[in-house]
Design a binder for this molecule. Structure first.
Ligand code: PAP
Length: 339
């Protein structure tokens, strides 16, 4: 189990992770402890990433030891909220919306001083997978409750105390066709000659980072059906269609529904506006610098187009039909669709 929470007495969360990360926790890699386990796993290379097949999913190899530590030692607090996603499905947006909604008491969304106007959403909410990969998990103890954290791990790889109901989980998914396009554009920032066809193939054959995609999505879908009170399942496309309604769902699920007074004062609209694609993309903090501990990516790579349906500009109708059919077949009988 992780060490007991050591947040500042009297302070309540969420607070921006970057504001409490004072550099006092030094990195150490849990690689030595679990090196044999990692080297025994099947491996493949996807673009810039070396992947290892761990418990049915192709994880970036450097995450595996940290994932083992996370699984064995993470102690959720009852008011924690874990934000989960397959990469490129709306993580950054969900992090911004969840932070803005959950922290609205301390940080009014319309305020010029709001942390999201000076910090990238990834600097406000810690990324569990990289934190544990770097052996920096005691940083999480420094966060006052309620804590918001995020992960790209599938539900089946989350620590047992989490899946047994130790805290709440919010998942965001997206049409896999748009995810592929987004992933390709993102990886191309690190590997400019990456072919779209190769990225598409790795998604279709399930050997993509944190894939298979369908198993990832279904792991959370099933959990959300069985445990509606503690696993919220969101779709990027629904969020685009009616962001306000989904912000209300999110806030209610996190135990902080908007009061009539807040509604009257336009709090939901302020959060939607603060976290809107155009607003976030236009902020200086999101135009310059990098995010990501292992492979620092330019911050602007997280804000590309922010729409649904961009796949039509990148894949042939035959490719689209092929991926749709794979996903439809995998989802058959589950009640989940993307159309
Ligand atoms: P991550 O999983 O690596 O953190 P993630 O944030 O899920 O990445 O993916 C980025 C996608 O979300 C981009 O999609 P695109 O490539 O199709 O454009 C990005 O534009 C989109 N995105 C980021 N912020 C927002 C936002 N505020 N509103 C809507 N979409 C957003």
């Amino acid at each position: 189990m992780a060490a007991a929470a050591a947040a500042t007495p009297g302070q309540s969360g969420p607070v921006p992770f970057k504001d409490i990360d004072d550099g006092s926790v030094s990195k150490h890699t849990p690689k030595e402890e679990f090196g044999d386990l990692v080297s025994a796993l099947p491996r493949r290379q996807q673009s810039i990433l070396q992947l290892r097949l761990y418990q049915g999913f192709w994880l970036p190899a450097h995450w595996v030891p940290g994932t083992v530590v996370f699984q064995r030692r993470f102690a959720p607090r009852p008011d924690d909220v874990v934000l989960a996603s397959y990469p490129k499905c709306g993580t950054t947006w969900l992090k911004a919306l969840a932070f803005a909604a959950a922290a609205r008491g301390a940080y009014p969304p319309a305020s010029a001083e709001h942390p999201l106007r000076r910090l990238n959403p990834h600097d406000c909410i810690p990324f569990i997978d990289e934190i544990f990969a770097a052996g920096e998990e005691t940083k999480l103890d420094m966060l006052p409750s309620p804590r918001l954290m995020n992960t790209h791990l599938p539900y089946t790889l989350l620590p047992e105390p989490v899946t047994a109901g130790g805290c709440k989980v919010v998942y965001i998914c997206r049409d896999p066709k748009d995810m592929v396009v987004s992933l390709w554009h993102f990886l191309r920032r690190a590997q400019p000659d990456l072919s779209f066809a190769d990225t598409f193939e790795s998604v279709c054959d399930g050997t993509v980072m944190v894939g298979p995609v369908w198993d990832h999505v279904l792991s959370y879908w099933r959990a959300s059906v069985t445990h509606q009170d503690r696993v919220l399942f969101l779709k990027y496309e629904d969020m685009l269609r009616d962001t306000g309604a989904n912000v209300r769902r999110l806030a209610k699920f996190m135990g902080q529904p908007f009061s009539a007074a807040e509604e009257g004062a336009g709090a939901v609209a302020s959060i939607v506006e603060l976290c809107s694609f155009d607003k976030m993309k236009g902020l200086e903090v999101n135009k310059a610098g990098t995010a990501g501990a292992y492979c620092a990516m330019p911050r602007d790579a997280f804000f590309r187009k922010g729409v649904a349906g961009d796949w039509a500009n990148h894949m042939t109708p035959a490719m689209a039909t092929r991926l749709d059919e794979i996903v439809r077949e995998k989802f058959r009988g589950t009640g989940l669709t993307f159309t």
